[in-house]
Design a protein around this ligand. Structure first.
Ligand SMILES: [Zn+2]
Length: 279
């Protein structure tokens, strides 16, 4: 699933093609992905709108349109947003095409059909579950070590589910949660209220470092993810634990283990990420 670095990369890659661009028409092949309003109203309202600006919040993409409307898209598992010329053959998984004044086509393609598309009055996120209660943007300045400390204070749960909770920190999914915990040297099942100050600081630095690096590498392409021009990312070459079950840890050569934490497959190094750390 595209996480913060992938969604950020998609946004950046789309800006030159979409910012200031007018949507002349839209064709919906699969109405099921339009969650709000009805497909007929969606078509009616979006036609002739200009995309004023683009923003990412957590794993959501926000396209601010003139006339006080915002197009909100969540890629979920396999969604792709690409801009291409009209001669590129349409895939059988393309569910939505926006015809731009530039004569190019902006297409939403999604093999699993789980993507979410909304057209709502700007700021009116109440109907978009998940967007209305998003937590901190981890790469924003506002997300300080102190903020992380406050979010963790008094919690009794395990650390990995906390990292995946979009209402606390927005944009981290299964890949980056595992990579962050490896970088921080923390076991994914570590109980939050046993973390020492020095470990919280390590976790904080790992969140910033891993996400920043992944954005620089333009995300992780393991399966479907591509940016707005159909280009893959590079961070898969830097993964330390995710998808490496049984392979040696790059740090200590111990075979990496896989466990299930809060229903999610989780890979970690049993030696570098001990549940009960020494001393
Ligand atoms: Zn190790």
């Amino acid at each position: 699933m595209p996480e913060l670095p992938e969604v950020e990369t998609v946004k950046k890659s789309l800006v030159p093609y979409l910012k200031g661009q007018k949507i002349e028409n839209v064709k919906i092949f699969f109405t099921g992905i339009i969650k709000q309003p009805t497909p007929i109203l969606f078509k009616e309202r979006i036609r002739g709108r200009t995309i004023v600006d683009l923003e990412r919040r957590g794993k959501y993409l926000l396209f601010f349109l003139d006339g006080g409307l915002t197009l909100v898209i969540h890629l979920r598992m396999t969604g792709q947003l690409t801009v291409c010329s009209g001669d590129v053959p349409i895939s059988k998984h393309t569910h939505l095409i926006f015809f731009l004044a530039s004569q190019q086509e902006w297409r939403f393609t999604d093999v699993r059909k789980l993507g979410l598309v909304y057209l709502v009055p700007t700021g009116n996120w109440a109907c978009i579950h998940g967007l209305n209660n998003l937590g901190y943007e981890p790469l924003a300045e506002e997300f300080t070590l102190q903020v992380l400390g406050e979010l963790l204070r008094g919690r009794k749960g395990k650390i990995k589910p906390f990292l995946l909770d979009q209402s606390k920190i927005a944009g981290i999914g299964n890949i980056y949660a595992d990579e962050i915990l490896c970088q921080a040297g923390l076991h994914p099942e570590r109980t939050i209220n046993t973390l020492r100050t020095v470990e919280v600081a390590k976790l904080y630095r790992a969140i910033k470092l891993i996400l920043k690096e992944a954005v620089v590498c333009r995300g992780t392409s393991l399966r479907d993810y591509v940016d707005g021009r159909g280009q893959k990312g590079n961070f898969q070459e830097r993964l330390q634990v995710y998808g490496r079950k049984g392979e040696p840890c790059y740090e200590c050569q111990t075979p990496l283990e896989r466990i299930v934490v809060a229903g999610r497959g989780t890979v970690f190094c049993p030696r570098c990420q001990k549940l009960i750390p020494n001393g």
